[in-house]
Design a binder for this molecule. Structure first.
Ligand code: SF4
Ligand code: SF4
Length: 301
């Protein structure tokens, strides 16, 4: 099933210290509501089955979100919203919001939680939003963004104590977090495959990857085009048929790094997106990989 991430706006009402969407050079943008509707219709024609509304805080445009979720629902597209829960500051209002979302046909609410978010949003808001979802029958889970240090223990202990369903999300060292000091890693040899769901940005640029890969400044390798000039279906096909992207999906970043001559002991010291940047945000290496992609595709055990 085709799935896309949808950045209706990259504006936010808080300012987290780790925010990927807060690259200093990034303009604060919001799509026109009718344009967003037409993109969702295009997505339906392109057989997209799931849309995740993300980027900044989607609910600062709550009524627009209700309209877009309602449209997804009418078209049979599964919808998900990623939110910082700042709106969930009292019981009645939270339940009212969640009920409205349920009536529009929202598939899932994903509640962001981290030591950076919680410097500005009371962690009780996360539990309140989860509780309202439980009462209203809306699927939800907590996305626990962490750098896997003890500094996050109090957050995880809270989530456990409240019996909230949560999944750890590795911090991405991009945007504001690009300046963070990285602890040395030593992982098992993971394939680091990546499903690469496309991302529609508020300025209508479309990328093959929705995380750190939108700011590979040297090569811009994951930029597929712009909805100002290209069709969504055409760009999704471009991503799906790109031989190098197919290798990322099927063989994984570690295998590509090994093929590119990285030592095994170096590979296990990288985070996935950092290794991806090392490989694909270098013009010379990228050209070399494209020129040898047939050989790479057959480079299996
Ligand atoms: S809530 Fe999300 S978009 Fe807003 S500043 Fe925090 S990480 Fe960035
Ligand atoms: S590994 Fe690469 S393609 Fe996958 S999310 Fe990270 S930057 Fe994007």
């Amino acid at each position: 099933m085709r799935k896309i991430a949808f950045g209706y706006s990259n504006r936010c009402n808080i300012s987290c210290g780790h925010c990927v969407a807060a690259d200093p050079g990034l303009q604060r943008e919001k799509m026109d509501l009718d344009v967003a509707r037409s993109i969702i219709r295009q997505a339906k024609s392109a057989e997209v089955g799931g849309i995740s509304f993300t980027a900044g805080e989607p609910f600062i445009y709550f009524d627009d979100m209700l309209a877009l979720i309602g449209l997804c629902s009418a078209l049979g597209i599964y919808s998900r919203v990623v939110t910082n829960c700042s709106w969930a500051d009292n019981d009645d209002k939270t339940l009212e919001y969640v009920e409205l979302l349920r009536r529009c046909g929202l598939g899932q609410l994903r509640l962001s939680c981290s030591r950076w978010h919680q410097q500005q949003v009371d962690i009780e808001n996360v539990a309140r939003a989860a509780g309202a979802c439980r009462r209203a029958g809306v699927a939800c889970y907590v996305s626990f963004v962490t750098d896997f240090t003890r500094a996050d223990d109090h957050i995880e202990e809270y989530l456990m104590a409240k019996k909230l369903v949560y999944f750890p999300e590795p911090l991405i060292y991009s945007g504001r977090a690009a300046a963070f000091e990285k602890r040395a890693l030593f992982t098992d040899y993971q394939h680091n495959r990546c499903s690469m769901n496309a991302y529609v940005a508020p300025d209508l640029a479309v990328y093959a990857c929705c995380d750190g890969g939108t700011d590979f400044k040297a090569t811009n390798v994951f930029r597929l085009g712009s909805l100002h000039t290209d069709g969504l279906g055409e760009m999704l096909e471009k991503s799906e048929s790109n031989p190098l992207f197919c290798c990322i999906r099927t063989q994984g970043i570690s295998v590509i790094a090994s093929y590119a001559g990285f030592r095994a002991r170096e590979i296990v010291g990288y985070r996935k997106c950092d290794l991806c940047r090392e490989l694909f945000d270098d013009r010379l290496r990228l050209r070399l990989l494209y020129s040898k992609v047939r050989e790479l595709q057959n480079w299996t055990r």
